[in-house]
Design a protein around this ligand. Structure first.
Ligand code: AMP
Length: 394
């Protein structure tokens, strides 16, 4: 029996899941929130119950200690030695890291050298890694990178048509994100179809609060909608997705703001929230739209149109697709978004079966038997992917 901890550290939070491997069974999961603030919240799920505690947790090191001691106290583990590996979700691996790796000094130094590629996420990821390594020094720590799966993109997909020097000296290129999810879901899709990943072309639509589309050809990412940062691509909960870059300077002048402030607005006040003026949550938009709120429906449609644009483009780029898969919060739960998108790509011979589509959070084929491309809902599971890679490197 091998227990592996999958960890996702944010600036003030730390999500964890303890898994029994290789059975891929979740033993427990939880989250520490408001780290570094007053009244931090620690919650853990056990046998269907949720235990919650409010206490002051000053940093990630304290959070890790509290979490591990809780596992002992609740008798989930008898000693720390039972945890054979810790897999860390890391947002960015730069242009060098193409797969999951064991995190030793050298690897951590490299990650520190590229923090400015994703300062909001990579900094906190490193804080989490260091905190865990300090408390569990004899355990292998593995980094599983959001960008790694996209390393197979060809130059023509990942290069921007900007001065070469921007790419060579400053590493300005498309990296892509959500790679762990795109890989999990496309592998699973091949399995459901009774094929090997090499044998199928899949278009994965990871539509959550953050959202990206990925063209997976024969098991490899060949293009994806997020870019240098997660801001590129389709509109999301609060992110704009693609806009003409000239808008930045134009709005800086009109609003007398700095570039950083405009980028912040494109990241945090745009997308669903910006267009609807109501909410960044798809459930609110669906409810508002049902009441006749035009801008709420428009926010949904602007996104659906762009998702359809990417599907059509990736279909052509890959020379056809065997399946389109919906995953993540909205992809798994919002049947209206799924049919909105698929009805826009009917020209590809894709057809949705509304009865099959009437589902939430389950793995299911939702296209008609006649559809030329199969359409699936496949719940993503990044933690299992992290645990699989960690186990492989133990
Ligand atoms: P994620 O970032 O993957 O956790 O996804 C978050 C998004 O999923 C939010 O916009 C939620 O509104 C959306 N979501 C969750 N459940 C539902 C549901 N039943 N119907 C529509 N959207 C949902």
């Amino acid at each position: 029996m091998t227990k592996i901890m999958a960890v996702n550290a944010g600036s003030s939070s730390l999500k964890f899941q303890l898994l029994e491997m290789p059975e891929e069974k979740t033993i427990t999961s939880g989250i520490v929130e408001r780290i570094g603030m007053k009244k931090s919240v620690f919650s853990i799920k056990l046998n269907g119950d949720k235990l919650e505690e409010t206490l002051d947790i000053k940093d990630h090191g304290v959070a890790v200690n509290i979490l591990l001691n809780k596992l002992l106290e609740l008798k989930i583990i008898a000693s720390f030695d039972e945890i054979l590996g810790v897999g860390h979700r890391v947002v960015h691996g730069g242009s060098k890291i193409a797969e999951s790796i064991v995190l030793n000094e050298k690897e951590i130094s490299y990650l520190e050298s590229i923090v400015d590629l994703a300062p909001l996420h990579l900094g906190p990821n490193l804080t989490g890694i260091k905190a865990f390594k300090e408390v569990l020094p004899n355990v292998k720590h593995v980094g599983v990178f959001d960008t790694a799966f996209h390393h197979t993109m060809p130059e023509e997909s990942f290069l921007y048509a900007v001065p070469w020097d921007w790419y060579e000296r400053f590493q300005v290129r498309k990296y892509g994100f959500h790679g762990t999810s795109h890989k999990f879901v496309s592998d699973r899709c091949a399995e459901i179809m009774g094929k090997k990943p090499e044998e199928v072309n899949v278009i994965v639509c990871h539509i959550g609060n953050g959202a990206s589309i990925c063209a997976v050809k024969g098991g490899h990412s060949v293009d994806t909608s997020m870019g240098f940062t997660p801001l590129e691509g389709i509109p999301m909960g609060t992110r704009s997705g693609n806009v003409d870059p000239a808008v930045v300077e134009f709005m800086m002048t009109k609003k007398n703001k700095k570039a950083k402030e405009i980028t912040n607005i494109l990241n945090k006040q745009s997308g669903y929230l910006g267009v609807s003026g109501v909410s960044s949550d798809s459930r609110d938009l669906v409810a508002e739209s049902a009441k006749g709120n035009h801008r709420a429906q428009l926010a949904i449609d602007v996104q659906a149109k762009r998702i359809a644009d990417y599907i059509a483009s990736y279909y052509v780029y890959m020379g056809g697709a065997d399946a389109i898969v919906f995953t993540a919060g909205i992809g798994e739960n919002a049947k209206s978004t799924r049919s909105n998108v698929i009805n826009r790509v009917k020209a590809l011979g894709v057809e949705i079966d509304e009865e099959r589509n009437d589902c939430r959070g389950v793995e299911r084929l939702i296209s008609t038997d006649e559809s030329k491309v199969k359409v699936y809902v496949i719940p993503t599971n990044e933690e299992v992917m992290i645990a699989r890679d960690t186990l492989a490197l133990l």
